[in-house]
Design a protein. Structure first.
Length: 404
């Protein structure tokens, strides 16, 4: 909103109410106040979206600041710089005259600088007898000093919002990947349910993600995607064979614990050589390995495996498989037993099963025999990783779920 031509200490120009308020604010700068000009500039750059200024305008502000001789802004040393447009253009990387004037006006409108015009509109400094600057006409940097704290706070808010956006976007990406893998695994293993309809819901959610989303857009879709993931996990938990699989696993475990012959064979490397081709030909893939469950779900069910990953953590499937090799040796599982599991279940599922065995190590007397038994069942289609993971998720109290 224009208020007409107003005679001010900064010259006779057409100014806005915002500019007048800015002039009043700079007049209230506390005596002795100082601020690092480059820190204030960095804060202004960080908050440029809030301020409504473009990158080129900030480049002009950068050039203006180079004409201020000190690193600290202070009223005691004067806050007016008076370069010509030609000098400014050179330091602003050769920006054209008309563009320069437009961005100078933008900086004034944003309240980052003020004009202090001379009677003839020229920029210059009047010096005293000693050569010191008595009065200068040009652009005042007083707004930067007056708004130093405000700009710092705005920069912090922008940085926090950007971090929130990044975290929300990453969480949505992980959730999307989990849902996609869960649906694929359910379809491949023939789990009961209308998975086609669930996949349509999934595609509908992903299709709602805007090309340039805001954090509010992502947060809304993330909440719905997490609800869908929860619904899928609940459906997988109540599959008809879940209870049978759990009871079979308990029976298998008891059987292995009571089988001294198999236990001794598994724990002694020489016994494996004696068996020779007797055990290996019996375990050969009869179908393609099933798809792996989401890595995040495996780590949620089996947090103990993280300690054995590279650098003490597991961040990818490669890390999980490396950790599984370490755990395999620690649990006394022979290389051939683990290799057979990799061939039948697939490397990722074999690593996931090893992580599950580690979680239940206190209840399993012979890990090698247990793994071989699960591998044999998998060749006949009698073993599924899903129920095992679900049982461990319940036992560990998965986040966002009530432990049963």
């Amino acid at each position: 909103m224009q208020v007409g031509n107003v005679t001010t200490p900064f010259g006779r120009r057409s100014v806005t109410l915002a500019q007048i308020k800015g002039q009043m604010r700079t007049a209230e700068i506390k005596a002795g106040k100082k601020a690092d000009k480059w820190k204030v500039f960095r804060d202004a750059c960080e908050a440029r979206v809030v301020l409504g200024v473009q990158d080129r305008a900030l480049a002009v502000l950068d050039a203006l600041l180079t004409f201020y001789p000190d690193n600290e802004l202070s009223e005691d040393r004067g806050l007016v710089v008076f370069p010509s447009n030609d000098q400014l253009s050179v330091r602003a990387h050769g920006i054209a005259g008309t563009t320069l004037r437009r961005h100078l006006a933008a900086l004034v409108d944003a309240g980052l600088i003020q004009r202090k015009d001379s009677a003839n509109g020229k920029r210059y400094a009047r010096k005293d007898e000693t050569g010191g600057i008595e009065e200068a006409f040009g652009f005042s940097l007083a707004p930067l000093l007056a708004r130093a704290e405000e700009l710092a706070h705005a920069a912090q808010q922008v940085a926090a919002e950007r971090k929130r956006f990044r975290i929300t976007k990453e969480a949505l990406s992980i959730c999307r990947r989990d849902v996609r893998k869960l649906i694929s695994a359910a379809m491949e293993e023939g789990a009961a349910g209308d998975w086609g309809h669930i996949e349509e819901m999934f595609l509908g959610l992903t299709g709602r993600i805007p090309r340039t989303p805001t954090v509010a857009d992502l947060q809304q879709i993330l909440e719905e995607m997490e609800m869908l993931r929860e619904e899928i996990i609940n459906r997988l938990e109540v599959q008809p064979d879940s209870e049978n699989m759990d009871s079979n696993a308990v029976q298998n475990e008891r059987h292995i614990q009571n089988s001294k012959t198999e236990s001794s064979n598994e724990l002694e490397p020489s016994s494996e050589q004696e068996q020779g081709a007797k055990s290996s030909p019996a375990i050969r893939p009869t179908k393609e390995p099933i798809k792996a469950f989401p890595l995040g779900m495996v780590l949620q069910a089996c947090p103990g495996i993280r300690d054995y990953g590279p650098s003490g953590n597991v961040e990818s499937w490669r890390d999980l498989m490396s950790a599984a090799v370490v755990v395999r040796s620690m649990l006394g599982v022979s290389p051939s037993a683990y290799q057979d599991a990799c061939e039948i279940l697939g490397p990722q599922n074999a690593a996931a099963v090893t992580a599950c065995i580690l979680e239940r190590a206190g209840h399993i007397e012979n890990a090698g025999g247990y793994l071989r038994n699960l591998t044999r069942k998998a060749t006949c289609g009698e073993f599924s990783l899903g129920p095992m993971l679900m049982a461990l998720l319940r036992a560990n109290g998965a986040p966002g779920r009530k432990a049963s």
